[in-house]
Design a protein around this ligand. Structure first.
Ligand code: SAM
Ligand code: SF4
Length: 316
């Protein structure tokens, strides 16, 4: 089955937030004091998440990414990965993680069938990284990346959010990671959501600054929402994701489900469809409705009400 939304976009990708909790408190994602811990009873169980993936798969979703909060703090994550692969082993299963807790579980994740890892790394400098994450150490993440490569993940993506006057002096160093390593470094424009909603506009930076550093690079492809480049003699690639400077909505192929079971047709919008308590045909019907309600584009910068959620609740 192939499911299209009302604007003819084929929807094949589900981002499922498995928790809104996190061991970091990134300055642009989560408030310093953390989030109010929701009651366990309000959050999706591993079984409910599996049923949501099963229903979405019946509608043509063949790519699932587990996110959060930090997915690696969610109890039962390995069971969930196994159950998703049992629905259909051809579902492409990815995880977006901050990487800090990855080293000890990388091999198990690979063995349960996880296909892809996206690892967030906003800075290589210990002081800057500690400031951004409010307490993290980049060495933990680098160890996680190394362990994942040893475990056999050969298509790791590093995600870096561009933060003006914070990590903009390190862009060459981050690009340089692609020289000898076959990894993909993706630079992402900060979006005015959650904590960052109230940030001054001069703290935002566009990917144009990276493009100016890629004069010799070859544009390899446009991959979903990313433009992918390779510098001469570099093993890895560089991706630019520009939700702010270039609308990525025409190629949007995804829906999101929050850890408390709300389907979000669009990252930015406050529109949500409650999936909790639904099963079988009812659940499939609700997801189908969500897909059909996807707006044509996000409305960053407009007066239209945006989601009141923090990014750790949406999953990025
Ligand atoms: N904890 C995991 C991590 O950090 O990778 C997964 C969840 S996190 C919300 C997913 C991604 O969203 C991260 O790469 C993070 O940098 C990004 N993110 C969070 N807030 C953002 C914002 N306002 N604009 C752009 N990206 C954001
Ligand atoms: Fe946690 Fe990821 Fe948000 Fe950072 S970006 S606070 S690691 S959920």
């Amino acid at each position: 089955m192939i499911m299209q939304d009302s604007f003819g976009r084929t929807i094949q990708y589900l981002r499922l937030s498995v928790t809104d909790l996190c061991n970091y408190r990134c300055i642009y994602c989560m408030p310093q004091e953390g989030v109010c811990k929701k009651s366990h009873a309000d959050m999706l169980t591993i079984e409910e998440m599996t049923e949501i993936v099963r229903a979405a798969h019946a509608l043509g979703i063949n790519k699932v990414r587990l996110t959060g909060g930090e997915p690696l703090v969610r109890k039962g994550l390995l069971t969930l990965c196994r159950s998703i692969k049992m629905i259909d082993s051809t579902i492409e299963l990815g995880i977006t993680t901050n990487g800090s807790l990855l080293a000890p579980v990388a091999k198990e994740l690979k063995d349960t069938g996880v296909d892809r890892l996206n690892i967030s790394l906003d800075s290589l400098d210990p002081k800057t990284f500690n400031e951004i994450t409010r307490g993290g150490d980049p060495q933990d993440v680098l160890r996680g990346i190394e362990a994942a490569r040893h475990a056999g993940f050969d298509n790791i993506k590093i995600n870096t959010v561009l933060l003006k006057d914070i990590n903009d002096t390190e862009l060459y160093d981050l690009i340089h990671l692609t020289k000898d390593n076959a990894i993909h470094v993706r630079f992402i424009e900060l979006m005015p959501l959650g904590v960052a909603k109230n940030w001054e506009r001069d703290r935002f930076m566009t990917t144009a600054v990276i493009e100016s550093m890629l004069q010799n690079a070859e544009l390899l492809r446009i991959d979903g929402v990313a433009r992918v480049y390779r510098l001469p003699d570099h093993k890895g690639t560089i991706g630019l994701i520009c939700p702010m400077s270039h609308s990525f909505c025409p190629s949007c192929n995804k829906i999101r489900v929050t850890a408390d079971g709300k389907l979000k047709p669009c990252l930015h919008s406050d529109q949500e469809i409650d999936l909790r308590g639904l099963q079988g045909k009812e659940l499939i019907e609700a997801i189908k409705n969500g897909i059909l309600q996807k707006p044509q584009s996000h409305q960053f910068g407009s007066a239209i009400p945006s989601t009141p959620r923090y990014m750790n609740e949406i999953g990025g």
